[in-house]
Design a protein around this ligand. Structure first.
Ligand SMILES: [Zn+2]
Length: 215
């Protein structure tokens, strides 16, 4: 952690974005109050909370830009609760029950600047909680190949899709027997997830789903 970051933490200690309590950046009580996300057009994308909620927006900003990594545990726990039932069913009934978590990668440049990928932290937190030998996490299977403009800067849905096309690649073939689960912090139009899923499917994956904390 940088000196400036440590100083920032000292001046602005971790406080809940909802109620201001000193427990964490988003306490469980406030998390429960955040409205649920509306359903996606694509049935394979599942999101938990509404990104329209100001507390959620602020928490996402903190985990992304202010080093509040403990939020990954909070979000990981919430996603774990959502996934648990569905994943247990898969593992019980599918013949080749390997589940592979794929955090949506960020570009190398952004990773160097930030020091971590928040999607990776969230995915790893869910994986640890699930604690199942059939469930693994692959941080390097999917790569971001070029720097895309920040999604929020390009407005229309079509523009966003165009912006993201061709920005992912895989480092090895996918196993058609595995279930791949893309994990990200936020999805707005779903463009990133759609493109990532397309690349995995072009490279052998059969079943690809996605889970995000907010939408
Ligand atoms: Zn709170």
């Amino acid at each position: 952690m940088s000196f400036i970051q440590s100083l920032f933490d000292l001046i602005f200690p971790e406080r809940c974005v909802g109620c201001g309590c000193r427990e964490t950046s988003l306490c469980d009580v406030c998390l429960q109050k955040i409205p649920k996300a509306r359903k996606h057009d694509a049935s394979w994308i599942h999101s938990l909370f509404s990104y329209k909620d100001s507390r959620m927006k602020k928490a996402m900003w903190l985990i992304k830009y202010k080093n509040r990594k403990r939020l990954a545990k909070t979000f990981g726990q919430a996603l774990h609760d959502l996934m648990l039932e569905e994943l247990s069913e898969y593992i019980q009934f599918e013949r080749a029950p390997t589940v592979v978590f794929i955090p949506i990668p960020i570009s190398r440049k952004r990773l160097q600047k930030r020091g971590y990928n928040q999607a990776e932290l969230i995915a790893s937190s869910v994986c640890t909680l699930l604690n199942n030998p059939h469930i693994t996490i692959e941080n390097n299977l999917l790569k971001k190949t070029n720097e895309t403009k920040r999604q929020s800067h390009s407005k229309s849905r079509r523009e966003r899709l165009k912006n993201i096309i061709g920005s992912f690649a895989v480092t090895e073939r996918c196993d058609p027997r595995s279930i791949y689960i893309l994990i990200d912090d936020v999805t707005t139009t779903g463009a990133t997830l759609i493109e990532a899923r397309k690349i995995l499917k072009e490279n052998g994956a059969r079943k690809v789903k996605a889970y995000t904390v907010a939408h």
